[in-house]
Design a protein. Structure first.
Ligand SMILES: Nc1ncnc2c1ncn2[C@@H]1O[C@H](COP(=O)(O)OP(=O)(O)OP(=O)(O)O)[C@@H](O)[C@H]1O
Ligand SMILES: [Mg+2]
Length: 375
């Protein structure tokens, strides 16, 4: 088992096209510690550097700057074989001429494990991943979802100290995806290894992991638990990327003081949020003429409750989402989304009072997007 530490890790790809050299910064000054036995999700939009990060940890990519430590040792010059890190790729990378059984057992065979032992381990992982019925099939004839599970099995059978899973569920249909997700979690609980799981899907990241590292444009934005990302997002990007339904964001808003109380007010005063007194010191330490207000739909509802402040608007759209409803309320053309009970019913255009939690109002610096509450 092993802790993984990335210290100021940078990756620049240099490519030459028509005699012109271009450089792409794929990962920029990445500082991240993945604890021994932790399940960390790496979340971010396409091209933000997730796969590159995994490839550097496993040793398939040299790093341009910085250090990678596995189990306390700097591994920058170690080969992939020396690192005891396994990686399951989004594009399965299976040996197409071999059977599923042989694909799964290949690395154990290379390690000199006895045939009987290989058989036992292959059959055990196949059962966990529900691929027992295709063990004798050639991997070239399998569906995308089946290949993905074989690829996952091949990575996990080695009992590595670190497992890197690059979007291992992306080709599975919804129900198989959920099932395999649970199996991955079980395998983690059994192996107790360090897992890094790459995904685009925030719900998957939050459901599976102990902590989530959010990346954007080659940079780590924040690493934290579900509640860190929900309630204390480091910046506008994290606030917006994480959360379903998405956070309400009101750029170009202002901070106003009225009778000793502070308010955050949207540009044309459509919505006015009272702020908790603790924020005052943080605002006074700088001048904030312009902020982005963030308010999660979960912290606004249609019923009055103690400690909640009212906001006025008119009913615009209601979407039934099963357990809850997504209600859009409009004031002077500005929309705010809130969670409403599934049986909510009100005619479009009807005036409505919403109630929000003042302690949950987020403020972001207009210039750098950083969360003022966390500064
Ligand atoms: N071998 C390469 N040569 C040149 N540029 C590359 C190479 N591999 C990746 N890149 C670039 O580095 C950046 C990061 O790519 P990476 O594959 O790590 O992103 P990602 O977060 O895994 O994206 P996705 O979610 O689409 O898989 C992208 O701009 C990509 O185009
Ligand atoms: Mg990728």
């Amino acid at each position: 088992m092993a802790e993984v530490v990335l210290r100021n890790v940078k990756k620049i790809y240099s490519t030459k096209k028509k005699r012109k050299r271009t450089e792409v910064i794929a990962v920029k000054n990445l500082n991240l510690t993945i604890q021994d036995g932790e399940f960390l999700a790496l979340l971010g939009p396409s091209g933000c550097g997730k796969t590159t990060t995994l490839r550097m940890i496993v040793g398939l990519e040299t790093i341009t700057e910085g250090q990678i430590l596995i189990g306390g040792k700097v591994v920058n010059t170690w080969t992939p074989a020396q690192r005891n890190v396994a990686m399951a790729f989004e594009t399965y990378a299976l040996y197409s001429h071999l059977s599923v059984r042989d694909n799964l057992g290949l690395c154990l065979k290379a390690k000199g494990v006895a045939a009987e032992e290989i058989k036992g381990q292959v059959e055990q992982i196949a059962e966990v991943l529900r691929i027992t019925d295709i063990l004798e099939a050639r991997s070239s004839g399998l569906s995308g979802g089946q290949q993905q599970r074989v690829s996952l099995g091949r990575a996990l059978i080695r009992n590595p100290s670190v497992s890197l899973l690059d979007e291992p569920l992306s080709h599975l249909d919804a129900s198989l995806r959920l099932e395999t997700r649970i199996e991955i979690k079980r395998i983690h609980q059994r192996l107790k290894g360090t897992f890094v799981f790459v995904t685009h899907d925030q719900m998957e990241a939050l459901a599976l992991s102990d902590r989530v590292a959010v990346m954007n444009f080659a940079e780590l934005q924040q690493v934290g638990t579900r509640s860190d990302l929900y309630d204390r997002p480091a910046n506008v990007f994290v606030a917006d990327f994480v959360g379903e339904p998405p956070i309400n964001l009101f750029p170009d808003s202002a901070i106003q003081s009225h009778r000793g109380e502070l308010f955050a007010v949207t540009p044309r005063r459509e919505f006015k949020f009272a702020l908790p007194p603790e924020i005052k010191a943080k605002l006074e330490s700088k001048t904030k003429d312009s902020v982005t207000i963030g308010m999660r739909p979960q912290y606004i509802n249609v019923q009055a409750a103690e400690g909640r402040e009212p906001l006025a608007g008119n009913v615009s759209v209601f979407e039934f989402l099963g357990e809850t409803g997504n209600l859009t309320v409009t004031n002077e053309g500005l929309d705010i989304n809130v969670l409403a009970p599934p049986d909510f019913h009100a005619p479009v255009g009807e005036p409505i009072e919403l109630y929000y939690h003042p302690g949950k109002v987020l403020l972001f610096d207009a210039e750098n997007g950083k969360n003022i509450n966390c500064e």
